[in-house]
Design a protein around this ligand. Structure first.
Ligand SMILES: *[C@@H]1O[C@H](CO)[C@@H](O)[C@H](O)[C@H]1NC(C)=O
Ligand SMILES: *[C@@H]1O[C@H](CO)[C@@H](O)[C@H](O)[C@H]1NC(C)=O
Ligand SMILES: *[C@@H]1O[C@H](CO)[C@@H](O)[C@H](O)[C@H]1NC(C)=O
Ligand SMILES: *[C@@H]1O[C@H](CO)[C@@H](O)[C@H](O)[C@H]1NC(C)=O
Length: 448
């Protein structure tokens, strides 16, 4: 500051005379402006770097080890608001309307993955924008120190199946949401959840009655980009009974084998292996993975291409028959040109378009089911009709965590949702009550 004063003092005489011409009032204004400019320069160089990095809206730049101190965390929120004022209209406008950033902490790992498959220590706007989320003011991290005080997180998510391995937060704010998370069916979650009475506020699972939906896939309308399913009451277009597509017919013609099954877990609650054994009495089933002779990692694109090229049907048999438990076993083949045959405990019409799959439970016996498969093999034009929906819908298969984070962010921006009281007295009863995994199936097979 002294420098600037010197400068003014050291102005050469002729310049000084010029200055003299300027009225006193104006000179004072000039000095004031110089001081303001210096103040701005000072702030710019001294504000912590991570604050500045936010302005580039690259949240991944934020380093989790540079945790913010208590006093800073409030500014952290305010800073978003300031930035939002500067950004162009669009998504950011909506942030302004909906208020401050919501901070969500992943307390546990998710299947051993600390960042819950976001691929980032901190995820936010970028991830939400990737699925055209209408709100982007949410910030997700597994860094417990980020806000200095654990109570400052708006929500804390616990992966139910991995919870027993983590200690509980030692302090809790009544304003905070604790979220029970599970993608697994109750039959796979061994922990006794009865201990968590009046602990959770929200559920985030594959079940359609979860507060936040955590699905294995999405069916999206190509034209409107709207998510149609999974939903309790999806508005499907009516299948086109006259559908025909020459390219799909050509694909059918290259398929030399009837049925493929990819499986890693041989003996499961649903006894699907027994159902497959019965089906094999009437038609060939090629078994890939731990329970068969063939190998091909199903998440490999080459493997998916092979499925489309070689096989007509794919067995989408779930490991347990639980309400709404319909997994990537259905969505993955739907991304290809192969008809899935489903066997699950859900209502599949809530998960996939009509006439996009065959339901084993629509048949009384494996023999009847196979009879229908053979009918389709002999009538390729009928087979092709199972792809009518491809011109209307596109499938996103697991992982679809971005949609889940968006759903969460939407909820936290909804006034009515935030106003309502959320509390699970007994999460065990909600998640694992006796009606959840009904092992009965309509199709009769030798399951002993
Ligand atoms: C974050 O900081 C740590 C420790 O200072 C460093 O090892 C790491 O590479 C940094 N990560 C990023 C993404 O900058
Ligand atoms: C689970 O824990 C509750 C009490 O926390 C206990 O009453 C119940 O018997 C336990 N159930 C099982 C299956 O261990
Ligand atoms: C969450 O549940 C706990 C205990 O059940 C309760 O004390 C708290 O107020 C709830 N939080 C919210 C935001 O509803
Ligand atoms: C399955 O879901 C559809 C769509 O909501 C509904 O119309 C139908 O009644 C359901 N079927 C059963 C058996 O619940």
């Amino acid at each position: 500051m002294s420098k600037s004063v010197d400068k003014i003092k050291l102005v050469p005489k002729h310049e000084h005379q010029k200055l003299k011409v300027i009225p006193r009032k104006k000179l004072r204004t000039l000095i004031f402006l110089i001081l303001v400019a210096l103040a701005i320069l000072f702030i710019y160089t001294c504000v912590p770097r991570n604050f500045l990095s936010i302005s580039s809206s690259k949240y991944s730049v934020l380093n989790s080890s540079s945790s913010l101190k208590d006093s800073e965390s409030e500014e952290f929120n305010d800073y978003y608001d300031i930035l939002n004022d500067e950004k162009p209209k669009g998504t950011t406008e909506r942030i302004k309307e909906s208020g401050k950033t919501k901070n969500i902490l992943f307390w546990t790992r998710f299947f051993n993955n600390p960042d819950w498959y976001t691929g980032k220590d901190e995820a936010g706007e970028e991830v939400l924008k990737s699925v055209q989320c209408p709100v982007t003011n949410c910030f997700f991290t597994h860094n417990k120190e980020l806000l200095g005080d654990i109570r400052k997180f708006d929500a804390i998510a616990f992966h139910g199946p991995e919870f027993r391995r983590a200690p509980l937060p030692n302090i809790r704010s009544p304003e905070q949401f604790y979220i029970f998370v599970s993608l697994e069916s109750p039959t796979a979650v061994l922990d006794n959840l009865s201990a968590y009475k009046n602990f959770y506020n929200l559920s985030m699972t594959y079940r359609l009655d979860s507060d936040i939906k955590f699905d294995y896939g999405k069916v999206i309308d190509i034209k409107t980009n709207e998510i149609i399913a999974p939903a309790v009451n999806p508005k499907w277009k009516t299948p086109d009974e006259n559908f025909y597509d020459e390219k799909i017919m050509q694909k059918f013609n290259t398929k030399k084998k009837p049925v493929a099954w990819f499986v890693s877990n041989c003996y499961t609650r649903s006894n699907r292996n027994k159902l497959v054994a019965d089906i094999q009495k009437y038609i060939d089933v090629d078994i890939y993975g731990n329970c068969g002779k063939l190998k091909c990692p199903v998440d490999d694109q080459k493997c998916l291409d092979m499925l489309t090229a070689d096989y007509k049907f794919y067995l989408s048999f779930e490991n347990s028959l639980c309400k709404d438990y319909v997994t990537e076993k259905l969505y993955r083949p739907l991304t290809q040109y192969i008809i899935p045959i489903v066997f699950n405990g859900g209502n599949t019409s809530r998960f996939a378009p009509p006439k996009s799959y065959i339901n084993a439970n629509d048949y009384n016996t494996p023999e009847e089911l196979v009879k229908y498969l053979k009918y389709l093999i002999d009538n390729p034009k009928e087979y092709v009709k199972y792809f009518w929906w491809k011109q209307h819908y596109t499938i996103k298969s697991h992982p679809t965590y971005q949609y889940t984070l968006c759903d969460m962010c939407k909820k936290f921006n909804s006034e009515s949702f935030m106003k309502a009281h959320h509390q699970y007295e007994d999460i065990n009863e909600w998640y694992r009550n006796k009606d959840m995994c009904n092992q009965n199936s309509h199709i009769k097979f030798d399951n002993h």
